[in-house]
Design a binder for this molecule. Structure first.
Ligand SMILES: Nc1ncnc2c1ncn2[C@@H]1O[C@H](COP(=O)(O)OP(=O)(O)OP(=O)(O)O)[C@@H](O)[C@H]1O
Length: 289
């Protein structure tokens, strides 16, 4: 479990992260969202000891990050995929990392295989594409098979196949009891990968909860063989009915079951019935505007 408590960062007199607290549970993938400059990277860097916090603390299984005997064995980080020596090969880079964190050198080839970089293992990193560097960064984070993964913008530079691969990797990690925190600008990708959302706006947490709660049902959209007759029946039953662009009737605040009951009572034929959800993009702009 990761407990972030009151994390605060000031640069000169400017507060860029302001009293941020949250708890991450094993078995979950949490998405960390926020506009440019909101404080995501600074928070992730404070959590992993790369930037000293002005105030507050991060405890991983009850201990501060810098009190962990071998932090890389507990938390795998991807915080700056470009911070690598361009003249080294991918394999050498990972073997050096493995030696530093006390992992057998043979593990380098295992993680290269895991991230799909085996064919490029003997090439200099300077010649890698952005997506290949990103995969190398992920390989480094996985070297010691840590239970916790903290990834800043892991989808950067990945192609659609790479994004799907990463989603499966992170979901698989959580399914095995791991804990994942990732920041991303790709809202659709976040929505399909994470269980939980943390949204930060100008240094403060503005939303924290399960995706299903934050993107909860906002109403029901229904298509009927006779829309006018169903509209009348719904209005008689006390619902307000809006007319959607595609011919759907939209009933704010109603569950699909409630609309179904009204339709069944009046013998109305429905051709489509579904909940209307607030999309992640709507949520993002509402919270961070
Ligand atoms: N070393 C630093 N010195 C001064 N200000 C900094 C420093 N690092 C970050 N900041 C400022 O802190 C704020 C938060 O930056 P941060 O990189 O954490 O945002 P972010 O949410 O990760 O943004 P992005 O989505 O653009 O990556 C920004 O206003 C940034 O200019």
């Amino acid at each position: 479990m990761i407990e972030v408590s009151g994390l605060t960062k000031q640069y000169d007199s400017r507060t860029v992260v302001d009293d941020v607290s949250f708890v991450l549970e094993p078995g979950t993938v949490t998405g960390f969202l926020g506009p440019n400059g909101a404080g995501k990277s600074t928070t992730l860097r404070m959590m992993t000891g790369l930037v000293p916090a002005t105030a507050g603390s991060t405890r991983i299984d009850g201990r501060p990050y810098d009190a962990l005997a071998n932090p890389a064995a507990v938390v795998g980080t991807l915080l700056d995929a470009s911070a690598v020596h361009p003249g080294r090969t991918g394999r050498t880079h990972l073997r050096l990392m493995a030696a530093t964190i006390g992992v057998p050198a043979a593990r380098a080839d295992e993680v290269l295989e895991l991230v799909g970089l085996t064919p490029a293992a003997g090439r200099r990193i300077g010649g890698y594409s952005l997506g290949m560097r990103q995969r190398l960064g992920i390989a480094g984070a996985l070297l010691a098979d840590p239970p916790v993964l903290v990834f800043d913008e892991p989808a950067n530079g990945l192609d659609p196949e790479g994004i799907r691969w990463m989603r499966d990797l992170l979901r698989g990690h959580a399914a095995r009891g791991g804990t994942v925190l990732l920041s991303s600008h790709l809202l659709g990708e976040v929505e399909s990968t994470v269980d939980r959302l943390l949204v930060i706006g100008t240094g403060r947490i503005v939303a924290d909860g399960p995706v299903s709660d934050l993107l909860g049902s906002e109403g029901t959209a229904v298509h009927a063989a006779d829309p006018a007759a169903l509209t009348a029946a719904l209005e008689t039953a006390g619902f307000h009915v809006q007319h959607g662009a595609d011919g759907a009737l939209v009933v704010p605040g109603a569950e699909p079951g409630e609309v179904g009951v009204v339709a069944a009572a009046g013998g109305h034929v429905l051709t489509d019935l579904r909940p209307v959800r607030r999309g992640i993009e709507d949520l993002f702009f509402q919270l961070t505007a």
